[in-house]
Design a protein around this ligand. Structure first.
Ligand code: SF4
Ligand code: SF4
Length: 276
């Protein structure tokens, strides 16, 4: 089973809660926030391997290419451009989709592997399980590819927690796609609710089962007011509390330090794990 923890807005506490969920259920952890992975700050894994992830990118035969420009027009990601009769690749933009090779009338395109990032793995004494961290090459736009490659390695027979990218990008969708349960973390502010709604729509359109956690709530009343007319309420509300903030700054896992967080997560997620 895969639990993906996502949030429409950065800074909502997604990673903090993903680490806590992994600790409560001793789950394998996948940090798929590949642009800025930081769950290791809480999980403190003992990294033992680092595996490169590559993606095929096109190369062009000078002999065969006649500079027709069809590939540059067809590429959906604007990764190809032509100067005079020569085609060039802007590699960070290439998604390795293979379309350019398909449309080339001269069969002038072949592929070679290009490094997208690395996956570091190691055991965490804190969660009693493995942690895998995706590190995207700085400046690359190929986070979705790296995430998809990491997702392929997840053993669905085990319980795994994904810390997804914030926002509603393709990369976030790639982290939502494999999940059996989504934990949608919202910071109860106007911005937080606005961005959460967009993520919630994506989750609903993908037909995913999900729970909402309102994190850093100024008051229960403000959360209740927002969800008053909504069909889906927050399953758990975590207050804005200086003790949690200080524990965060020290790199502590909240569920390990605060029994109310441990119990709250256990109560809302346990029934979902046994759902047929
Ligand atoms: S593989 Fe796809 S994304 Fe990359 S250059 Fe070709 S058409 Fe564009
Ligand atoms: S489609 Fe093929 S022949 Fe035309 S510019 Fe691209 S690589 Fe060259």
């Amino acid at each position: 089973m895969i639990i993906s923890v996502v949030s429409g807005k950065g800074g909502a506490g997604k990673t903090t809660l993903a680490a806590s969920i992994a600790q409560v259920f001793a789950a394998e952890f996948y940090d798929l926030d590949v642009d800025a992975p930081n769950a290791e700050y809480f999980l403190k894994p003992d990294f033992s391997s680092k595996i490169p992830v590559t993606q095929p990118v096109p190369i062009f035969s000078e002999e065969l290419c006649d500079g027709c420009g069809i590939c540059t027009k067809e590429c959906r990601f604007h990764a190809l451009y032509r100067i005079m009769k020569t085609v060039y690749l802007s590699e960070p933009l290439c998604h390795g989709c293979g379309l350019c090779k398909m449309v080339c009338p001269q069969q002038a395109i072949s592929y070679q592997d290009s490094l997208v990032g690395d996956v570091r793995s190691g055991y965490s004494q804190r969660t009693k399980n493995m942690v895998h961290v995706g590190d995207l090459i700085i400046g690359s736009t190929r986070g979705t590819y790296l995430i998809s490659e990491m997702v392929k390695k997840i053993d669905r027979d085990k319980l795994s927690v994904i810390d997804g990218p914030p926002g509603n990008s393709c990369a976030a969708v790639a982290a939502i796609k494999p999940a059996d349960l989504i934990i949608l973390v919202v910071e109860p502010t106007p911005f937080g609710f606005h961005d959460m709604q967009q993520t919630e729509q994506i989750v609903q359109q993908m037909g995913k089962n999900y729970l909402i956690i309102a994190n850093k709530a100024m008051s229960d009343a403000s959360v209740e007011e927002y969800f008053k007319n909504k069909p889906k309420k927050a399953a758990l509300t975590i207050p804005l509390d200086d003790r949690y903030h200080e524990a965060n700054l020290k790199g502590e896992i909240l569920s390990q330090q605060f029994s109310e967080i441990y119990r709250g997560l256990q109560q809302i997620i346990s029934p979902e794990l046994t759902r047929p």
